[in-house]
Each structure stands twice: as structure tokens, then as C-alpha cells.
Design a protein around this ligand. Structure first.
Ligand code: PBG
Length: 327
């Protein structure tokens, strides 16, 4: 009888050894909470496809962000749901538009206690639901969209947003917005580039959350799910254009892209655990088919392990509470 030469199980024997041997850690400051604010409502309105989340009124948003700050998460990402939409998304750069008004209110409430971030994209504000403006033939016009993005970026910076989340996947968007910000003196405003954002089914529940008007799809601007190297290329271009942080989205189906991007850039890399990822776990848990807390924490840790320095997740505050209780 020969004994095993190697015994990796020694490192797993007791909770104390396992804790000491753990390679990847998750802390509240690595979590960013996406939040929706809807124009014209007085009370929060539940989002059916994302149980546990709501569209906020400006008032309830302010309270939600204060709560998030108390839990010491890293930040919040704000999305606006306007009452009126048009072809060019005029509400996006209107200082009185819902997202800009809400940003001002939130920053007045929490200041720098956490990083207040805003979604910079036209899809919530256009009546056709696309992330840019359209040409006569119906195609998304890249360069005309950049002009809208720079106007939107300036409006958000003026409203007090600390970090602009460029999620529209237009070519040159990071460079265009960076240049416009710098020219107006907003040299401290951060840019989070949704660099490797994939077209697919996992944004389904989000479309209800923002009351999306989209018919068709976003495949002419978001990435093809089969392409990993193209995601890395997009991230490299965004860094070159001045992105402070690059992101991969969705998270779980794209962990390989996340790891490759992490190995390729020297800026922080974040991941967005999107609405479909959230809804899958919530639905299974509601049926009693999965351990909700276990699945949530395992997915977040897996995303960290693959290379994410921070994660946008609808569970940010709840996960932060659990993490704090475990200390
Ligand atoms: C675009 C945007 C989307 C999401 C975040 N920013 C929607 C889309 O690209 O269709 C999706 C987030 C999620 O599904 O949780 N403004």
C-alpha cells in the first residue's frame, strides 16, 4: 500500500485553513448597485421580471442610495426612465430630464460617500429604443450618435455624476466623450467603458425595467456572442481612447472574455451581472430549486475569480449585508 505523495486536501480540512487558503475575496466596496428612476411616479413600482427590484421615484431613489452608502458598497449606477421619448432622445441631455434631475438629487444626498455613476446611452430616451440616432434607412448612425453622447455626457457631468457609464457600443464614443469633458473642464469625471458588451438574450428583464421601446435587436453595434478576441480588441481601443475602467457584460456567460481582457489591459476591469443572470437565480430560488444566497455569492465570487475588480449587480446591497455579517 503506497501513500499519496500529494495531499491538497490538507488545505481544505478546517474552516480556519480554508479561510486562510482562499485565493479570491469579495468585499462590499467591489459592488456597484444599478438603480432605475422613473419620471412621474410618486411611489416605487415593482419590476415583474426582476423580483425584488423596483423603478424608483426620485425620493425613493434618494433613500435607496443613502442605504447603499450605509452598506459601504462601491457605488451606484443610475438609469432613467422618462415619460416622453423622441427620435433623438432629447431627455438625455436636458438638465431637467429625469436622469439628470435624479443625479443631482442623489449627489446632494450622499456626496462622495459612494461613487455615483450614470448610464450614458440613448436607448431609454429614444422612441425607437435604439442606443443611437437613426439614419433615414433605419440604421444606427454612429457619428451622429457621438454628438448626442457628448451632449449627454456634459449634462451628466454638470448634474454631478462622478463616472459616466458609456454603454452604447458606438465606435469612438470614449474618445469623443473624454474630449468633450476635458474641453469643458470636467477632467476629473471618470469614464467607465462598457467595452465588451454582447448582444443577446440576457438583457430581457432589463427591457421591462426601462420600459424599452426596442423592436429588432442591437446586433449591428453590440458584440456577437461567439467572439472573444473582438471583446479584447474593443477593450484595448477604449483604453487607448482614455477609458478609466473597462467592462465586460454580461458576466457569467463571458468569464473567458473577462479573464482575457484582465490579462490584456492595465486599467481596472469590471463586469456587469445583468438582469437575465439575476432573474434566473431569483426564479429558480422562488421555486425552491436552488439555494438563493449560495448561488448569488458563488456567482459573484466566480466573476471576481475570472478577473473582475468590481461587479455591477442588482444584489449589491444584500450581498454587502451578508459579507459584513460573515466578518
Ligand atoms: C443600455 C443598457 C442595457 C443594459 C445596461 N445598459 C440594455 C441593452 O443594452 O439592451 C442592460 C442591463 C441588464 O440587463 O441588467 N442602456
Amino acid at each position: 500500500m503506497s501513500f499519496p505523495e500529494h495531499r491538497p486536501r490538507r488545505l481544505r480540512r478546517t474552516p480556519a485553513v480554508r479561510r486562510l487558503a482562499r485565493e479570491t475575496h469579495l468585499v462590499p466596496s467591489q459592488l456597484v448597485l444599478p438603480l432605475f428612476v422613473r419620471e412621474g411616479i410618486a411611489e416605487p413600482s415593482p419590476i415583474g421580471s426582476m423580483p425584488g427590484t423596483v423603478q424608483h421615484s426620485v425620493d425613493s431613489l434618494r433613500r435607496a442610495v443613502a442605504d447603499a452608502a450605509e452598506q459601504r458598497i462601491g457605488g451606484v449606477m443610475l438609469f432613467g426612465v422618462p415619460e416622453v421619448r423622441d427620435a433623438v432622445g432629447s431627455g438625455a441631455d436636458d438638465p431637467a430630464g429625469i436622469l439628470n434631475r435624479a443625479t443631482e438629487a442623489v449627489v446632494a444626498e450622499v456626496g462622495d460617500a459612494l461613487v455615483v455613476q450614470t448610464d450614458l446611452c440613448l436607448d431609454e430616451f429614444t422612441d425607437h429604443g435604439h442606443c443611437g440616432v437613426l439614419r433615414d434607412d433605419g440604421a444606427v448612425d454612429n457619428d451622429a450618435t457621438l454628438e448626442r453622447y457628448t451632449a449627454m455626457g456634459l449634462a451628466q457631468a454638470r448634474a454631478g455624476s462622478a463616472m459616466l457609464g458609456l454603454s452604447g457600443m458606438m465606435d469612438g464614443q470614449v474618445g469623443a466623450v473624454r474630449e468633450a469633458l476635458d474641453a469643458e473642464g470636467f477632467t476629473d469625471t471618470l469614464i467607465l467603458a462598457y467595452s465588451a458588451k454582447y448582444a443577446g438574450a440576457f438583457y430581457g428583464p432589463f427591457r421591462e425595467a426601462v420600459d424599452s421601446q426596442l423592436t429588432g435587436d442591437r446586433r449591428s453595434y453590440q458584440l456577437d456572442p461567439g467572439n472573444g478576441r473582438e471583446g479584447v480588441r474593443e477593450a484595448l481601443l477604449d483604453v487607448e481612447e482614455g477609458a478609466d475602467v473597462v467592462m465586460v457584460k454580461p458576466a457569467l456567460p463571458y468569464l473567458d472574455v473577462l479573464a482575457d481582457v484582465k490579462a490584456s489591459v492595465d486599467v481596472p476591469v469590471w463586469a456587469y451581472q445583468v438582469s437575465g443572470e439575476y432573474a434566473m437565480v431569483e426564479a429558480a430560488a422562488a421555486h425552491g430549486w436552488i439555494d438563493r444566497r449560495g448561488a448569488i455569492m458563488e456567482s459573484l465570487l466566480g466573476i471576481r475569480r475570472a478577473g473582475a475588480d468590481a461587479i455591477l449587480t442588482y444584489w449589491a446591497v444584500e450581498a454587502a449585508r451578508w459579507l459584513r455579517a460573515e466578518l
